[in-house]
Design a protein around this ligand. Structure first.
Ligand SMILES: Nc1ncnc2c1ncn2[C@@H]1O[C@H](COP(=O)(O)OP(=O)(O)OP(=O)(O)O)[C@@H](O)[C@H]1O
Length: 616
């Protein structure tokens, strides 16, 4: 019962310690203790990641915690073998023990826990072989055994019908990769002496496991071979990249010339849809060709149905009318990416102007409604919004023309190119981006209680040359049909939003909270590690903050900067407030922008920036 659950937890604490403030064990019921969750008055979840537990897990503890479904003791300093009474936790689904100093063989009793879905024993000192007993765990979706001392062959009969993620890299394994595991990428197996797909084929004796078991010399040789292969593949990859780049350049310039010389480039009439995404109009082709294909189709259609005026770009503002449809059609274009609402292109006009053109798909509303809504979008004017310059509407083609943002999106900046030579985003830039984005959204919300963005995420925060944030894609959620229900928005979407077109300002605030968490943790809301534990970014952060282990959540790049942790914690708190489960608990964007302004002001003041002396 709950009483024995409680005493087990207390016994665990006295056996392996942990940060002393960690559980407020004064409460009678353990269900409110940090890291503990109950259902039906029994402990079902125990999550104690990274809290400096150390020593050996004693037996006599888990025998009582029979309702446990999730046990996470990852990233601690636990030693020795796993206690055998863990076998009593027959309801266990998720077992995370990675990042400890556990040793001995992987115990057989684990294979009696048949409900296990996620098992992570990586980065410990487990030794011995991989047992074919793993086959009993038919529900496993993830199995991580990397960075241990496991030896011998992987049993050829291993087969997990539901396995999605698997890793045994950096062990002392040898022999062939079992057939049923060959579909996993090479990274899952690296740092062993394995052969067969995805590696080279096995030579005769490599299939003899007994010989390989003690074959240390062979291991070293293979290590060298693997290094060789790795270096070789990197070089080959670079070579291919260079060739591709050269080819791409040639291709783009060729298209350039073709379209410039023949502005009325003939487009085969059989392709009235001019679908860039599926046809041969691929990356590097001109947006003109793609759009023109659609428009020649249109032209005909409209000649039948009338409406000559429709073939015009409609501009917003007065000074903006610096190019026309012809110019746009002649521009060379490159695909920037495919989004929920269509494909975005960078188009370089003849006179050097660069614009971003978005071809909308799945526009199901009427022309009148479209024009009305897009006019409202075009009327938005704020320094933290990407301005909509013009649009084009015909039956088959809907184009939006925006200013091109040279530095790309925040998403690319945070998660792209993590390699050397990349300038890390410091706190000042990140908090300035947070503030800029907040002001942009605040402006949108100030246009009326029903005005919301509907699709806030890091790929929609674009940056100017000087890293000023501009919010893009506003208002589009109301233009498209239900078929473009964005899957990858999932990580940002507020829990109460079921129809992506029916969004609210409070839902925007939730998405913005997730965006702040992304800025602070450096983790994309769709991060694999998070998915592995089946939580979303807000819940992951909340669980760690609750456990008073806050600095574990921050992006390592940010921790390098001293003196700003206080502000980081304040922004984290704001992010958690924004991502509150219940819409009413979330602050307004007005309040959000104000709080970011304040915390930025205090950090600038603390760092004695003379520019801000007047604020004191
Ligand atoms: N005005 C712009 N300037 C520079 N790059 C842009 C511009 N608009 C879009 N992009 C880039 O093009 C890519 C595709 O953008 P798009 O808005 O079509 O899709 P998305 O933001 O990934 O998803 P969604 O359609 O759901 O917003 C983005 O990653 C973004 O970096």
């Amino acid at each position: 019962d709950l009483g024995s659950d409680r005493s087990s937890l207390l016994a665990l604490r006295s056996a392996v310690g942990g940060r002393t403030l960690f559980w407020n064990a004064t409460e009678l019921s353990p269900c409110g203790w940090a890291g503990v969750k109950c259902e039906d008055n029994r402990v079902t979840m125990l999550r104690l990641p990274g809290v400096a537990l150390s020593g050996q897990l004693p037996s006599g503890i888990f025998g009582n915690l029979t309702r446990l479904r999730t046990l996470s003791l990852r990233v601690n300093a636990l030693t020795g073998q796993l206690p055998s009474d863990l076998a009593s936790c027959v309801n266990l689904r998720n077992l995370y023990l990675q990042g400890n100093l556990l040793s001995g063989e992987i115990p057989d009793f684990l294979f009696t826990l048949r409900d296990l879905v996620r098992l992570n024993l990586a980065s410990n000192n487990f030794s011995g072989g991989i047992s074919s007993g793993f086959n009993n765990l038919t529900r496993l979706r993830t199995l991580f055994l990397e960075n241990n001392q496991l030896t011998g062959p992987i049993p050829p009969e291993l087969d997990f019908p539901k396995l999605e993620q698997f890793n045994v890299s950096n062990n002392l394994l040898s022999g062939p990769v079992p057939e049923k595991l060959q579909s996993f990428q090479v990274d899952s197996f690296l740092g062993n002496s394995l052969c067969g797909r995805p590696f080279e084929t096995c030579s005769g004796n490599a299939t003899l496991p007994s010989e390989n078991n003690k074959n240390n010399g062979g291991k070293k040789l293979s290590g060298g071979a693997i290094a060789g292969i790795a270096i070789g593949s990197v070089l080959a990859f670079l070579l291919i990249l260079v060739i591709l780049l050269v080819l791409c350049r040639k291709k783009t310039s060729a298209v350039d010339i073709a379209t410039v010389k023949h502005p009325d480039v003939e487009i085969p009439g059989e392709k009235p849809e001019g679908d860039v995404e599926n046809g041969e109009y691929g990356n590097g082709y001109s947006v003109a060709a793609a759009a023109a294909a659609a428009m020649t189709g249109n032209g005909r259609a409209e000649a039948n149905g009338g409406g000559v005026g429709a073939k015009k770009l409609v501009f917003f503002g007065n000074a903006a009318r610096v190019f026309d449809l012809e110019d746009l059609l002649r521009a060379s274009a490159e695909v920037l990416g495919k989004g929920t609402f269509g494909t975005a292109y960078k188009a370089v006009l003849e006179m050097g102007t660069v614009v971003a053109v978005k071809r909308l798909k799945d526009v199901t509303i009427s022309e009148r409604e479209f024009r009305e809504k897009i006019e409202a979008v075009g009327a938005m004017d704020h320094e933290n919004l990407v301005p909509l310059r013009a649009y084009y509407y015909s039956r088959d083609e809907k184009l939006l023309v925006h200013d091109y943002m040279t530095m790309g999106s925040l998403s690319a900046l945070l998660h792209g190119n993590k390699g050397a030579g990349r300038t890390p985003l410091n706190w000042d830039i990140r908090s300035a981006i947070a503030l800029g984005a907040a002001r942009g959204i605040k402006y949108l919300h100030s246009q009326g209680p029903s005005v919301s963005h509907g699709n806030i995420k890091s790929s929609n925060i674009l940056l100017t040359n000087s890293y000023d944030a501009r919010v893009s894609d506003f208002g589009l959620a109301h233009l498209v049909g239900p078929s473009s229900t964005p899957n990858r928005v999932a990580g940002y979407r507020a829990p109460e939003v079921t129809d992506p077109r029916k969004v609210s300002q409070k839902a925007d605030v939730y998405s913005f909270g997730v965006l702040l968490l992304e800025l602070l943790t450096g983790k994309a809301p769709t991060h694999a590690l998070l998915n592995e534990e089946g939580v979303d970014l807000p819940r992951w952060v909340q669980s760690i903050v609750r456990e008073e282990w806050t600095s574990e959540v921050f992006d390592l790049e940010l921790l390098r900067y001293q003196n700003v942790e206080e502000e980081m914690v304040q922004l984290l708190q704001l992010a958690v407030d924004c991502a509150a489960q219940y819409p009413d608990k979330r602050p307004s964007m007005y309040e959000v922008a104000k709080r970011i302004e304040e915390l930025r002001r205090s950090s600038l003041r603390d760092n004695h920036n003379p520019e801000f002396d007047h604020i004191k």
